[in-house]
Design a protein around this ligand. Structure first.
Ligand code: MLY
Length: 266
């Protein structure tokens, strides 16, 4: 479900162009997601990347999994593409001589980890090896993004969101991702081969939910009939975005506080 946001219209309205798919470290056909909620797998602990932990799929969105580390709380969920090299079938770690580790912030005493591990795996539904993807797509040879190109990007403060974005700047192998309509509040730099950025149309193809642009920023001026940037943006995007009540004009980015794991003070 894509709300009423249409890239085709939006690109026309903004006079911008989409970054070509060849710029991204993503497969040309988005990877099939055959995982199911409740399945367990091995994942690198995002807060301690040398640790391999047990994770449970707690949600699915497009080609991505929402993961929670067993023994952790529900405030530290993270999202991975199904073809990420950071997820593996259970058994992989020990096969390669490693040991499964408790997650950072393990909620029990460290000494109870071995028993916890036994219990969490006992009778668990393990994600079958065949639904993992053999390897990540290769990184493009170089950073071929250009300033002004449009893309879809994970909002790293709210990683369940993928949103329309623009390349704001280039810095060697890095790309500045600026979120359309959010006045810079969510912008970040990432490597050009980051797995968090996608070509225009990605969400439409994976069935992931692309957020419409925010309404706050003054968009780059185009030859439209309106002259006030702020008015233009709200006129252009008729979708009420993620706001609840109040109307678009009154919405302050960062105002909405939602209980739950993903609202890390957005
Ligand atoms: N916590 C924020 C969420 C904003 C998300 C912005 N992304 C989509 C760029 C809020 O409630 O406004």
């Amino acid at each position: 479900f894509q709300g009423h946001f249409s890239w085709e219209k939006y690109l026309k309205e903004t006079g911008a162009s989409a970054a070509p798919a060849s710029c991204f470290r993503q497969s040309l056909t988005p990877p099939v997601n055959e995982f199911k909620a409740g399945m367990k797998l091995e994942a690198q602990d995002p807060r301690n990347t040398t640790s391999t932990c047990i994770a449970t799929v707690v949600g699915l969105t497009g080609s991505r999994l929402r993961l929670r580390l067993d023994g952790s709380d529900n405030k530290n969920d993270f999202w991975r593409l199904v073809d990420s090299s950071e997820i593996q079938p259970i058994g992989n770690c020990e096969k390669s001589g490693g040991m499964l580790q408790p997650p950072l912030g393990f909620r029990l005493n460290a000494s109870s980890w071995p028993l916890f591990l036994l219990k969490t795996l006992n009778g668990a539904e393990m994600a079958p090896p065949r639904i993992f993807h053999k390897q990540e797509p290769p990184a493009p040879e170089q950073n071929s993004f250009q300033v002004g190109m449009k893309l879809e990007a994970v909002d790293r403060k709210n990683p369940h969101f993928i949103c329309p974005a623009t390349v704001g700047a280039l810095r060697g192998v890095e790309v500045q991702v600026t979120f359309d309509g959010w006045r810079g509040a969510f912008d970040y730099y990432c490597r050009y081969d980051s797995r968090d950025i996608f070509p225009v149309g990605w969400c439409a193809r994976t069935g992931d939910n692309l957020q419409p642009p925010g309404t706050k920023a003054v968009m780059p001026k185009t030859s439209g009939p309106l002259t006030d940037g702020a008015v233009e943006t709200s006129a252009v995007h008729t979708t009420p975005a993620v706001s609840k009540g109040g109307g678009q004009r009154g919405r302050k980015p960062g105002r909405r506080k939602v209980k739950g794991s993903w609202s890390q003070k957005a």
